[in-house]
Design a protein around this ligand. Structure first.
Ligand code: SAM
Length: 571
């Protein structure tokens, strides 16, 4: 496979491995949940390189869909390359705005995106997928980097999103951008027989009108069908239901269009079929009947699946019900005016001047195809929180229980990103959409990045974290529940509990104390007192495996086998 080379690549290729784990510190007043929890919807404030690494212990291999919309690097976004890479060349880059004049701006962008994509891949489920918005400035470099990180066989396709027409363009009016789409492992999607489908837009509106016409006409199907045809003629091309105008007949099973009944490709059987009203043989389609013999045709007639014309001179049709074909595949090219998203955002956050939010409806449609039920969706370039809005709206639409995780580093993370989510959850009085007006419902927990936890500092005598600091990190990452400092009893090594498990941390920032094996007895006594499951984090195994098994103790060696523990707990 050919690969892309750029300045700094060798320095960042393994950067993600060395990024320290940081604590995720809950900020209660900013979330909407009574008790912050890593099992909730999440908004994380901070740089996503650190944020993604901090999520890894809890969310490794758990995310079904990643949607990101990173800076396009058009030269006006004021983004800065800020990753801590130990090299004079990279130090030189730090903190400077990346603008059009910057001759290394493409190298910087590649150095920024590569380690983040590597971490994002770690977070994806085997049957998960990542979708990345981008435009012509970086699409070709991004494609090469994604081929490298995800494997070119996992490329599923790219969407072309047409959003504007620029009539003042000198040469070509470029009004589109892209969404590149890769699977984590395409074999997993194939093994699950995955089909990405979305509900056809406008179908619900047609169904609503059909119900209304039937009610007005007291179930007179002919009259209601005529009303439906009149309604279709009255709506314009831009109406979402216009594409379904061929569904013009109604019977007791619903609305349908009279479809072709002939043998595909011609050469089908030509037996006799009688018209139900005139009793005479109807005209046989030129290609012969679709049904192999008279019996199966008769069965279809009895089931009401055949639409007969007014008399035998017309070829009958096969009824195609809207309800049977109300889902469709995603098409790679679509149109959605970019300005609408900004107008919708202003209704939610009137004081915000975020210029280019993505369209919630478009993101919702992509998520509808890729996710279901209680899947987790991650956006680590959250901006105004469109992805969270789309997840909540989709849950409201189909009764799902999906969760979102957002990361945003700018200072508007609370006033913009989180505030939008608060408002769409509680209700937006000026919204056009009724469900948004009433509030989409839901909760979220808000976290900031705390101190880094350096693996190598744990068992040497410099920078050891305090007992409570390590306890807070471990409790969160192992259980996903809020750490309650009041519960900590350092004398018993107890750091908290959940309905399933008691959690212990045998640790001290005093290295000599840690190495003192005289501790063994007191620990053993503490752990044998109850029959509940116990999870013990310790730098060394002070007791033998038989003892651990007998007393329902799961031992975890410090420092970081923590995310394996989370998997174990969930089994
Ligand atoms: C193009 S905007 C995303 C817009 C978003 N899709 C929406 O609809 O509002 C990119 C966002 O990524 C954020 N961002 C850029 N670099 C980041 C980083 N290293 N960590 C976290 N967020 C970052 C920017 O602050 C910006 O808000």
């Amino acid at each position: 496979m050919s690969t892309l080379h750029f300045k700094g690549k060798t320095l960042v290729e393994n950067l993600h491995l060395g990024v320290p784990y940081h604590e995720l510190v809950p900020v209660r007043g900013k979330g909407l949940s009574k008790k912050a929890s890593l099992d909730d919807n999440l908004i994380v404030s901070g740089d996503n390189l650190l944020g993604l690494k901090a999520l890894l212990p809890t969310y490794h291999g758990k995310v079904k869909c990643i949607y990101i919309d990173p800076p396009y690097n058009i030269g006006t976004e004021n983004w800065r390359y800020n990753d801590r890479v130990n090299s004079p060349m990279m130090q030189e880059w730090l903190g400077k705005v990346v603008d059009r004049e910057d001759l290394t701006r493409h190298d910087k962008w590649c150095c920024m995106i590569l380690p983040r994509l590597k971490l994002l891949r770690e977070l994806l489920r085997d049957d998960g997928a990542i979708l990345v918005s981008i435009d012509d400035n970086e699409v070709h470099r991004l494609r090469c980097i994604m081929d490298e990180v995800f494997g070119e066989d996992n490329f599923l396709g790219s969407f072309v999103w047409e959003g504007t027409v620029k009539n003042d363009a000198h040469f070509i009016s470029v009004g589109h951008d892209y969404v590149l789409c890769y699977a984590k492992r395409i074999e997993s999607l194939r093994a699950n027989r995955t089909r990405w489908r979305v509900f056809k837009e406008g179908v619900d509106e047609v169904q609503r009108m059909v119900e209304e016409f039937l009610e007005n006409r007291q179930n007179d199907f002919e009259a209601a069908s005529q009303d439906l045809r009149d309604w279709f003629s009255s709506i314009g091309k831009s109406h979402k239901a216009f594409a379904h105008r061929h569904y013009k007949c109604i019977d007791s099973k619903g609305v349908y269009f009279p479809g072709d009944i002939s043998w595909p490709g011609g050469g089908g059987p030509t037996y006799e079929v009688l018209h139900p009203d005139t009793g005479r043989p109807v005209k046989v389609p030129a290609g012969g009947w679709r049904f192999t013999n008279q019996e199966t045709m008769q069965q279809a007639i009895l089931e009401g699946r055949i639409h007969f014309g007014s008399d035998e001179t017309r070829v009958p049709n096969l009824k195609r019900y809207l309800a049977d074909t109300d889902h469709q595949v995603l098409t790679s090219v679509f149109y959605c005016d970019r300005r609408a998203a900004h107008k919708d955002l202003v209704r939610i956050l009137p004081d915000d001047d975020f210029e280019y939010p993505k369209d919630e409806g478009v993101i919702r449609r992509l998520l509808e195809a890729v996710t279901s039920d209680d899947d987790i969706i991650l956006d680590s370039f959250a901006g105004t929180g469109t992805t969270a809005h789309a997840v909540l709206a989709l849950n409201k639409q189909d009764g799902g229980n999906r969760r979102f995780i957002l990361i945003e580093c700018e200072n508007y993370v609370d006033s913009g990103t989180a505030e939008r989510v608060r408002r769409v959850i509680k209700g937006v009085p000026s919204a056009r959409d009724e469900s948004l007006k009433a509030g989409l419902g839901g909760t979220f927990s808000y976290f900031e990045l705390g101190n880094p936890l350096q693996r190598e500092s744990l068992l040497c005598d410099r920078d050891l974290p305090s007992y409570e600091r390590l306890a807070s990190y471990i409790f969160f990452t192992a259980t996903g529940q809020e750490f309650e400092p009041d519960k900590v009893d350092e004398n018993r090594w107890f750091i908290g509990n959940t309905p399933q498990v008691d959690v212990f941390l045998i640790y001290s920032s005093d290295v000599e104390k840690l190495q003192d094996l005289a501790l063994v007895k007191s620990i053993a006594q503490e752990l044998t007192g109850s029959k509940r499951r116990k999870l013990v984090f310790a730098p060394a195994k002070y007791v033998d495996s038989e003892f651990l098994g007998r007393h329902s103790i799961s031992f975890q060696q410090l420092p970081f086998e923590i995310y394996e523990t989370v998997d174990g707990l969930n089994q």
